[in-house]
Design a protein around this ligand. Sequence first.
Ligand code: SF4
Ligand code: SF4
Length: 148
Amino acid sequence: MLGTLVTDRELEPTTPLALDCGSCTLCIEACPTGALDEPGTLDATKCLSYWTQSANDPPEAYREALESQVYGCDICQDVCPWNRGIEKRRAGQPLPTNAEPHVDLVDWLDSDPSELRRRYARLYVPRNDGRFLQRNARSALANEQVAT
Ligand code: SF4
Ligand code: SF4
């Protein structure tokens, strides 16, 4: 997660991570939309993760690549050798009380958008509007129908 915090505090910079990609190009090859094709650059306008969290609808060209994803993408993170052995959730830890191992997208569509937003309060949702989650659910369900 990249983020920005604006502050007037004086802070000592930490040393840069001593990580090197070497000749690896796994994330570039794995990205379904070519968002990483330019060296050292992530083109957010091509990133599926960005589009699932955008108030603008994803371009038609990326609808198929979204497959059944309703929030985020992270294929590039999954293939990165630096992330090997780092579980997204630490093994052995109990699921958070509000965790849902599976989500029912039809239920998302039947839900009141405000209630849906409250249910996923931990997620960034554009304009705090649950209708954007429902938009993603419609796209995922449509892609599932095409695939079957
Ligand atoms: S999150 Fe997905 S679409 Fe975005 S850069 Fe990574 S692999 Fe590509
Ligand atoms: S997958 Fe990881 S190590 Fe490989 S190029 Fe991408 S960021 Fe670098």
